[in-house]
Design a protein around this ligand. Structure first.
Ligand code: HEC
Length: 152
C-alpha cells in the first residue's frame, strides 16, 4: 500500500470504530443507527448525501437520477454516459465489493469516463456515498441486489 495513504486510512478506521454500534455484526461497514432491513445507517445516508453532492452529483444527478435521457446510448466517443444510481439502471447487479471497486478505479481502465476516487475520498465516504444512492432503491430493487450478492 502507498505509504502516504496509511495515516488517512488509520483516521477513517478510528472514526468507524468510534461510531460503531453494538448491532454492527448485522451490517458490513455500518456506522450508527441502522436503517431497517439495510446494511447502512441513517448517519451514513446523511454523510453520503454530502459526499455525493460534492463528488458525484455533477455526473449522476443530485438524487442519483442520472443526467442523460438514455444511459444505454453510447456517446460520440464510444463511451457510456453516467447511469442513474437510484435503482432505475443496473447498479443493483453489483455487490458492495464491486460498487467499491468502480468508485476506486473509475471507468478509465475500461475506456469509460468516470474518474478514480481511490485516493480522493476516504473509504468511509465511499461507503456513505453508496448508502446515499441505495436509499433511493425500493425494497424490491434492494432485495434483487441482495440476490446478486449484496454486501459480499
Ligand atoms: C465525471 C463524471 C463522473 C463522476 C464525477 C462520477 N461518476 Fe460514476 N460513472 C460515470 C460514468 C460515465 C459511469 C459509467 C462507466 C464509465 O463509463 O466510466 C459511471 C459509473 C458508476 C457506477 C457503476 C454503475 C453501474 O450501473 O454499473 C457507480 C456505482 C458510480 N459511477 C458511482 C459514482 C460515485 C459514488 C461517484 C462519486 C464519488 C461517481 N460515480 C462520480 C461518471 C462519473
Amino acid at each position: 500500500m502507498d505509504r502516504r495513504l496509511r495515516p488517512m486510512l488509520a483516521v477513517s478506521v478510528a472514526t468507524l470504530m468510534l461510531g460503531c454500534s453494538p448491532t454492527h455484526e448485522s451490517g458490513e461497514g455500518r456506522d450508527g443507527t441502522p436503517v431497517a432491513g439495510r446494511w447502512y445507517s441513517v448517519e451514513q445516508v446523511q454523510t453520503g448525501s454530502k459526499v455525493f453532492q460534492d463528488h458525484c452529483a455533477q455526473c449522476h444527478g443530485a438524487q442519483a437520477q442520472g443526467v442523460t435521457a438514455d444511459w444505454r446510448a453510447r456517446l460520440e466517443d464510444g463511451s457510456f454516459p453516467p447511469p442513474p444510481l437510484n435503482g432505475s439502471a443496473h447498479a443493483w447487479h453489483h455487490p458492495l465489493s464491486v460498487l467499491l471497486q468502480v468508485i476506486n478505479l473509475g471507468g478509465v481502465p475500461l475506456g469509460g469516463q468516470m474518474p478514480a476516487f481511490a485516493n480522493r475520498i476516504l473509504d468511509a465516504e465511499k461507503l456513505a456515498a453508496i448508502a446515499y444512492f441505495q436509499s433511493f432503491w425500493n425494497d424490491d430493487v434492494y432485495g434483487n441486489w441482495e440476490q446478486m450478492g449484496g454486501t459480499e
